[in-house]
Design a protein around this ligand. Structure first.
Ligand SMILES: [Mg+2]
Length: 321
């Protein structure tokens, strides 16, 4: 038997490029309503739709255990996964968790994780119903999978944005490293309010930054976008956070804001006020255009190419130990 030949390297070292290179190995079967390439998948089971999503967080990459402790780490593992269900306007129902403990870890670590998992799943309104524990010579890793049900609009996808739509976000962006990347609340309630109002044409959560995530939404929808630099809500943390870049560049590229990015028909002030009265603030940052794949950042009426970037695990430099 011949050994399998060495695969050719994708043109680009990025999560998106690597996923595109292998996606054809996973053809969607008849039960698949929404498959690879969206924030969460949706499958039909006995006539009903189930939404599924998994996410992993790792010490030294997604949190620093020595600084934040196990409760916050476990909470983040649940919250990042729930944020992807929020992106599809779905409702989490059950969670399972796989924990990879550093070999020799004390019970206090395990117990701290359990406390964080219990609090976070309760916050999300779902039950933790099982999981798996292993140990190895590596850092703590917590992987959560959620199963949920579609909300009142069904599963909202990234692919429904139309030329002329407004592009809005649900909160200020940038500087999450100062703490919000651990403490954010997934926008589950906000997503359901938007779905009840039939607002989103397309939606996703901002996990890797507008600079990485807006191109994904545009690609899925076959559209382009103009972003108004003056309208991007820059979080106070983006001005305080150390490191290179301007507050605006940090708002666009830092990632882990976990706000929703929504493409929707432009709304009258009264409709925006009604949403705000229900706790959902939509900040318009731009407009969807028909120019597929063309993204521009407009500053003072002058358009420039939208900065691509944001966080990508395959491009991230190694972190100091
Ligand atoms: Mg997402």
């Amino acid at each position: 038997m011949r050994p399998p030949s060495e695969p050719s390297e994708p043109a680009e070292r990025s999560e998106d490029a690597w996923l595109r290179a292998v996606a054809s190995r996973f053809p969607a079967g008849p039960r698949v309503e929404t498959g690879i390439g969206h924030d969460a998948a949706c499958v039909r089971l006995d006539g009903r739709l189930a939404v599924v999503k998994t996410d992993a967080v790792i010490d030294g990459v997604d949190f620093r255990l020595a600084e934040c402790g196990p409760e916050a780490a476990a909470r983040k593992a649940v919250a990042v996964t729930a944020s992807d269900l929020a992106a599809t306007a779905s409702v989490p129902r059950a969670a399972v968790v796989a924990v990879a403990l550093p070999r020799g870890a004390p019970f206090a670590l395990f117990d701290g994780l359990a406390r964080g998992l219990a609090a976070a799943t309760a916050e999300c309104g779902c039950d933790l119903v099982g999981g798996d524990t292993s140990t190895y010579d590596g850092p703590l890793a917590v992987t959560v999978a959620l199963v949920g049900e579609p909300g009142p609009m069904g599963v909202v996808r990234r692919s429904g944005a139309r030329p002329g739509d407004a592009l809005s976000v649900t909160g200020a962006l940038g500087g999450s490293i100062l703490g919000r990347h651990l403490t954010f609340a997934p926008r589950l309630r906000e997503a359901l309010v938007l779905a009840e109002g039939r607002v989103p044409h397309a939606m996703m959560d901002l996990s890797d930054g507008l600079a990485a995530d807006l191109p994904r939404l545009c690609a899925a929808s076959g559209v382009g976008a103009d972003v108004d630099a003056e309208r991007v809500p820059v979080h106070a943390d983006a001005r305080r956070a150390p490191g290179p870049g301007t507050p605006l560049s940090r708002a666009l590229a830092d990632g882990e804001d976990f706000e929703l990015l929504v493409a929707h028909a432009p709304l009258e002030p009264a409709a925006l006020a009604a949403l705000a009265a229900r706790g959902v603030v939509l900040v318009r940052v731009g407009t969807v255009t028909a120019a597929a794949g063309v993204l521009r950042l407009v500053t003072g009426g002058v358009a420039a190419p939208f900065p691509r970037g944001g966080y990508d695990h395959l491009r991230a430099p190694p972190r100091p130990a």
